[in-house]
Ligand binder design. Structure first.
Ligand SMILES: [Mn+2]
Length: 288
């Protein structure tokens, strides 16, 4: 008997309902780093993963297989990308995959590998749209992963939705418009009591057109006054409740989730780590 991942961790890879993968990389972040420490930090606290959700859903018969962390080369992005691909190849069967970052730059290679030959929709929860052409002289930082995905995978931009956004460079604003990317900015979610219906309608439309969904959650989508443990905090965000409400209506085609940008050294009282463990339980509860 173990208490890892709320006691849901199993030893038999073939029995897994979910795979957990850590990506301890933060060379793509700006001046506030520490995201590389997140996977082991969350793993150490994972005994606090609730096995019963806020709505009373019992998760105790779900089985999580922890594949450990991707081997990281902080100096060599392409070596790291190769290792992310290798780690995803260690999986077997049809279990869903949840990745824990790491800064958001690694969602580009993760998505690229995950989508492969399958048509894939992408739900991107973030304060920032992450569509800068370059940031800090790099095309592979956490300012650009969505731009790289659009340029370098087969994704149809109709099948992308940006959720909770509120902090742009003007170029990004124009880029989103020119690509006609569907967006539910943070102010719209905060202004509307119908946000969950609107989100649900759109995500189900996308799901009906694709083989699978990839859901990427940058934790800075949450108002940074509530979750401070992140590298690029932005005020005016959504609440954990609003995020959970939207997560709870994500349809079964969601095969991949990632939870990015948590930085333990920027956190206070482990509130961000505890938030991530509750968020995980909300994700798991969708597939009961
Ligand atoms: Mn991001």
């Amino acid at each position: 008997m173990n208490n890892d991942w709320g006691g849901l961790r199993v030893e038999d890879i073939h029995s897994a309902d979910f795979f957990i993968i850590g990506i301890p990389y933060d060379a793509g972040a700006g001046t506030r780093r520490g995201q590389a420490a997140a996977p082991s930090y969350i793993r150490n606290m994972s005994y606090k993963l609730p096995s019963c959700t806020r709505k009373g859903i019992d998760l105790t018969n779900l089985r999580l297989f922890d594949l450990g962390d991707v081997e990281i080369n902080q100096q060599e992005i392409f070596a790291t990308i190769k290792n992310i691909e290798k780690k995803l190849d260690e999986r077997c069967g049809l279990a869903r995959t949840i990745m824990i970052g790491g800064d958001h730059s690694v969602t580009y290679p993760s998505f690229k590998k995950a989508s492969g030959q399958r048509s894939t929709g992408l739900v991107w929860f973030d304060a920032h749209p992450d569509v800068l052409d370059t940031y800090q002289n790099s095309k592979y930082s956490h300012g650009s992963p969505l731009r790289r995905i659009i340029e370098d995978t087969h994704i149809d931009t109709d099948n992308i939705m940006l959720v909770g956004t509120r902090f742009y460079e003007l170029d990004e604003f124009n880029y989103i418009k020119s690509k006609q990317i569907y967006e539910m900015p943070a102010y719209e979610i905060n202004d509307s009591i119908e946000y969950a219906t609107k989100f649900s309608t759109r995500v189900n439309e996308i799901a009906s057109r694709v083989d699978q969904l990839y859901v990427s959650i940058d934790i800075d989508v949450i108002d940074s006054g509530l979750i401070v443990g992140t590298g690029a905090p932005v005020t005016g965000g959504i609440t954990p409740h609003q995020l959970f409400t939207m997560i709870n209506v994500i349809p079964p085609k969601a095969q991949y989730f990632d939870i990015m940008e948590y930085s333990p050294i920027c956190d206070f009282n482990d509130i961000g780590a505890r938030f991530i463990l509750v968020l995980l339980s909300e994700i798991l509860s969708n597939f009961k």
